[in-house]
Design a protein around this ligand. Structure first.
Ligand code: VGL
Ligand code: ZN
Length: 233
């Protein structure tokens, strides 16, 4: 009954107040800001080159959205994605983790650490939901929607659907991992999805280039804030 009531209220509002195409469009778009955390920024333990350059873009584009959500990579110290937790292994080695290929990373985004905090330069006051992922020590989660094995949902899809969202724009770090898998899952779930190119940076730019071919093939779009507003406003 709650869902039905929400649905009725939503339809009701839509027909009465959000009846023009442009405002309708606004109400149905969400911005997903992925992992803008100290460890992915310069001097962080898994620093993405140029990661700090996306901050002004990610801050500015928020004004175009009525709903802003964010994610935080949020690992326990003994997380299986950390090379330090596997004797004789180094960062960037690949292991089998419960049947899935797992890239090993330097320790990063440990729950409660400074490295796991959002950059102080990220505009956060309009963020309505923060999804924390990678919290189970045996399970890694790049996407904001599912863990890497697609075994469990984070609840984000349900949240967005209940908020009437049909289109998501994904930005943040890193382009070739958490941003890419978030955007791909969004498409698969039936959302229209776009990646904000000047609002993201890759760990491996060549790898990202290959991955986004598949994203485009599946119907994903690439946008850039600069193109939308040539004067940078
Ligand atoms: C990420 C590697 C490991 C990301 C998270 O946010 O893209 N990459 N954990
Ligand atoms: Zn991680």
């Amino acid at each position: 009954p709650l869902v039905r009531r929400l649905k009725e209220e939503y339809d009701f509002e839509e027909s009465l107040y959000f009846d023009t195409d442009s405002t309708n469009d606004q109400a149905k778009k969400a911005l997903i800001i992925v992992d803008m955390q100290n460890d992915f920024l310069p001097r962080g333990s898994l620093a993405v080159a140029g990661g700090d350059e996306v901050l002004p873009v990610v801050n500015k584009i928020q004004s175009e959205f009525n709903l802003i959500v964010a994610t935080q990579d949020w690992h326990p110290v003994d997380h299986a994605s950390f090379a330090s937790n596997h004797a004789g292994k180094n960062a960037m080695d690949i292991i089998d983790l419960d049947g899935l290929q797992q890239i090993l990373w330097p320790d990063h985004c440990v729950q409660g650490s400074k490295g796991a905090e959002f950059s102080v330069d990220l505009e956060t006051h309009r963020i309505e939901l923060i999804v924390r992922k990678g919290t189970n020590k045996r399970i890694d989660s790049y996407s904001a929607f599912f863990d890497n094995g697609h075994k469990k949902s984070t609840g984000l899809a349900g949240y967005l659907i209940e908020r009437g969202v049909q289109q998501v724009t994904v930005c943040g770090l890193a382009a070739d991992f958490c941003v890419y898998y978030t955007a791909m899952d969004a498409l698969e779930l039936g959302f229209q999805a776009e990646i904000l190119l000047d609002g993201t940076r890759a760990i491996d730019p060549d790898g990202f280039e290959k991955k986004i071919q598949l994203f485009k093939k599946k119907g994903g779009k690439l946008i850039s804030k600069k193109e939308r507003s040539p004067n940078g406003e």
